[in-house]
Design a binder for this molecule. Structure first.
Ligand SMILES: *Cc1c(COP(=O)(O)O)cnc(C)c1O
Length: 307
């Protein structure tokens, strides 16, 4: 089993005129396998070990939090790891890939065109020809066992924190689906799409929920805070992230948690959360992607959400 320590709660807004805003700092649950990735990997790792595999194989882009987490988890459990990376190798390796490699992950670069087949049986067979036996974790780590882990996380949250809204950033939608299922109708779950035109995610998440008998309706996906799409940013987002760090000592990343918090504060300001309610935001991790040279120097000013 991976080491785990429960993330602490951080209160952000104590202004009586706003709903209460609390962050669950799940980014602090493990030094390297952090946030939602810990929960998504939990049962996949157990399954790999139970089935007697010695190697994990997974897919990701060059900045993938999932690859980073998988490399660290494999190392901690004494498993080998292979990362199939989208795109050509660029040297020197960026900090994400350098970390993965330093933790023993074997990096295998493939073209973007080839990478698109990553879920195809034939492609997986070719990978078996190349690498022999492995336990496969799909791109982004989303599968039924990932959702099982996130459901368990939802039970833990429900038992320990009172909230009316539970907010989180959405990539593949696996984490959102697991939380909806695990909360069993409690609260209102608000996902913030980090993908451009993220409306399609509603059907994706609905499909993942088809395995769950109850038709839960207590969730939605906000699609206007993607800041241009996956891994795209705006000066306003960078300024916002810097301010959250300065004013609340809250570190956020620009791919996931920054966009979620930007959306939450915008919606708080617009009165979209019921007065007197409690908004619980999940810090899903991703801080490994905050490289020092990526910060923006622009001075665009975000409208102060607190005035
Ligand atoms: C991977 C990731 C997500 C997205 O999780 P999905 O299950 O793919 O929706 C959200 N936040 C962070 C920090 C992540 O690394």
């Amino acid at each position: 089993m991976l080491a785990y320590s429960q993330g602490p709660l951080q209160h952000i807004l104590r202004d009586e005129s706003y709903p209460k805003l609390i962050l669950l700092r799940e980014d602090l649950n493990h030094p390297y396998v952090s946030g939602n990735k810990w929960w998504k990997l939990k049962y996949n790792l157990q399954e790999a070990v139970d089935q007697g595999h010695h190697t994990l194989l997974t897919f990701g882009g060059a900045y993938s939090n999932h690859l980073y987490a998988t490399a660290a988890a494999a190392r901690e459990l004494g498993l080998n790891a292979i990362g199939i990376i989208r795109g050509e190798e660029v040297l020197p390796l960026n900090p994400t890939l350098a970390f993965a490699q330093a933790n023993g992950m074997k990096l295998h670069f493939i073209s973007r065109a080839r990478y698109r087949d990553n879920a195809e049986d034939e492609f997986i067979r070719e990978l078996h020809d190349l690498f022999g036996d492995f336990y496969l974790i799909p791109e982004g780590g989303t599968n039924a066992l990932a959702i099982k882990g996130v459901r368990e996380w939802a039970h833990q949250i429900k038992n320990e924190v009172e909230f009316d809204y539970l907010c989180l950033p959405v990539g593949t939608g696996g984490t959102l689906a697991g939380l909806i299922a695990g909360l069993d109708g409690a609260g209102e779950v608000v996902g913030y799409s980090v993908l451009k035109n993220g409306g399609f995610l509603r059907a994706t998440v609905q499909e993942m929920l088809n395995e769950v008998p109850q038709p839960f309706r207590n969730w939605r996906i906000e699609t206007s805070y993607d800041h241009g799409g996956y891994a795209k940013t705006t000066p306003a987002l960078h300024t916002f992230i810097r301010r959250m760090k300065d004013e609340f000592a809250l570190p956020l990343d620009a791919v996931y948690t920054g966009k979620m918090m930007f959306g939450i504060l915008d919606m708080l300001k617009a009165g979209k959360f019921k007065p007197g309610s409690t908004v619980l935001a999940l810090h899903t991790g991703g801080l490994q992607g905050n490289y020092p040279n990526k910060s923006s120097k622009t001075s665009f000013s975000f409208p102060n959400p607190f005035t």
